[in-house]
Write a protein that binds this ligand. Structure first.
Ligand code: FAD
Ligand code: NAP
Length: 338
């Protein structure tokens, strides 16, 4: 366990705002986590790669950084393979390792920043796949008691960019490992238009897993700002999901809005479309702005403050609500919560 005091969080979060943390604790083992929980209890704030968090003021409570490494194959029946990853493993490195080893199911989630331990929190998703597709179970330590718990898929309440960890268990646990079940013969998902175009342009009619993995990486590199160059936390807002009835009401004011029917009968619309229609795409105000290629991504070019992003996000959300009656809910975790 390593302790650091009066640390700037700029290098630890992908928005790169220069807010300070009074005390940062790096934990590399489960025993370290148990020890830290027994010492600091529920006052801990957990940080993985800092790619889904907006810090708007100095953090006084102890920040626990999960740097638990390691991966192990725990089951292999010839087709299905269970792999357990330490919570501090890089998500993208984990996906790359799986693809390299011919294990399928998570290839559409290539190049998502952050750690494996954070992936179940918002049930990360991209290009038609969510991590729950392969999720088996995770292990966590309860902050209040230091008790170790195993939690299976059925208890995680995974939803669209959502889970029990964002709700009932929010801020109360430290995930220490996650186990996924991959398949050597898992079907590929090339349903998203950008993936299909990428494959068509290269005349790849019968893609393999590595083709899809390469496609996703290339598409993302061309479309999204690299947090190493421009501070951002990916999509700032969730895509709104509404009932069919609400969708009809919205559609009457938002002619041409794209939509997708979800498995539960509700309708998903792209938040970026509404933000774009309200004229925000490419907006810039000093160090803060909206990315010119993707209206869902708010950016920080250096020297700004987290609260400026929060103010911009509020202005965007209220303009969308005033024009379309659509609520945009932040996907990014905001600290302190309001
Ligand atoms: P952090 O930002 O460090 O933490 C996020 C939340 O999880 C915080 O509330 C934190 O307290 C909690 N947390 C983190 N680790 C643990 C743990 N071990 N135990 C308990 N709680 C924990 N997301 C998608 O879903 N799909 C995408 O396609 C996608 N693309 C992105 C692209 C870019 C360029 C960026 C910057 C972000 C993108 N994201 C995407 C968002 C983000 O990468 C994911 O949400 C990622 O899982 C966050 O991981 P992290 O380790 O950085 O978490
Ligand atoms: P896109 O392909 O331009 O699509 C725009 C939106 O339409 C997406 O939000 C997507 O919803 C939805 N969509 C497109 N095709 C769909 C289909 N066939 N079925 C259902 N929904 C469809 O999106 P993009 O901005 O370039 O992002 C590509 C993927 O990466 C998306 O899945 C997106 O969620 C993910 N991504 C996420 C983040 C993040 O921080 N959360 C950041 C960047 C990219 P979904 O978002 O539900 O897929």
């Amino acid at each position: 366990m390593q302790h650091h005091y009066d640390v700037s969080l700029a290098p630890y979060t992908t928005f790169h705002f220069d807010e300070s943390a009074r005390h940062v604790i790096d934990v590399a083992t489960v025993d370290d986590v148990v020890h830290a929980c027994k010492e600091y209890g529920s006052s801990l704030l957990v940080l993985g790669g800092g790619s889904n968090i907006l810090v708007t003021s100095a953090i006084e409570r102890p920040v626990l950084r999960t740097v638990i490494r390691g991966r192990a194959i725990t089951m292999d029946d010839g087709n299905a393979v269970d792999v357990t990853f330490g919570a501090g493993e890089s998500w993208h490195d984990a996906v790359e390792w799986l693809v390299t080893n011919g294990l399928g199911g998570l290839e559409n989630l290539a190049l998502i920043p952050g750690t494996v331990g954070a992936a179940p929190i918002q049930n990360i998703g991209a290009y038609g796949t969510e991590q729950e597709r392969c999720f088996r179970y995770l292990e966590y330590v309860d902050m209040a008691t230091g008790r170790k718990v195993v939690m299976h898929h059925a208890d995680c309440a995974f939803g669209y960019r959502d889970s029990v960890f964002k709700n009932d268990l929010r801020g109360t646990i430290v995930i220490t490992s996650v186990t996924y079940r991959l398949h050597r013969h898992a079907p590929l998902d090339t349903s998203y238009a950008d993936v299909q175009h990428w494959l068509q342009e290269r005349e790849i009619s019968d893609p393999g897993r590595k083709d899809v993995f390469d496609a996703i990486i290339d598409i993302r590199r061309n479309k999204l700002p690299d947090p190493e160059d421009v501070g951002n936390a990916g999509s700032f807002f969730k895509n709104p999901v509404v009932t069919g009835e609400e969708f009809q009401r919205i559609q009457s004011r938002a002619s041409g809005v794209p939509s997708w029917h979800m498995a539960d009968g509700r309708v998903k619309m792209p938040a970026a479309w509404f933000i774009d229609q309200c004229g925000w795409k490419g907006y810039a105000d000093g160090a803060i702005g909206v990315h010119h290629k993707q209206a869902l991504v708010l950016v920080h070019t250096g020297g700004g403050k987290g609260r400026q992003i929060l103010e911009l996000a509020r202005r965007i959300a209220s303009s969308v609500f005033d024009r379309y009656g659509v609520h945009l809910e932040p996907e990014v975790q905001i600290w302190p919560p309001n």
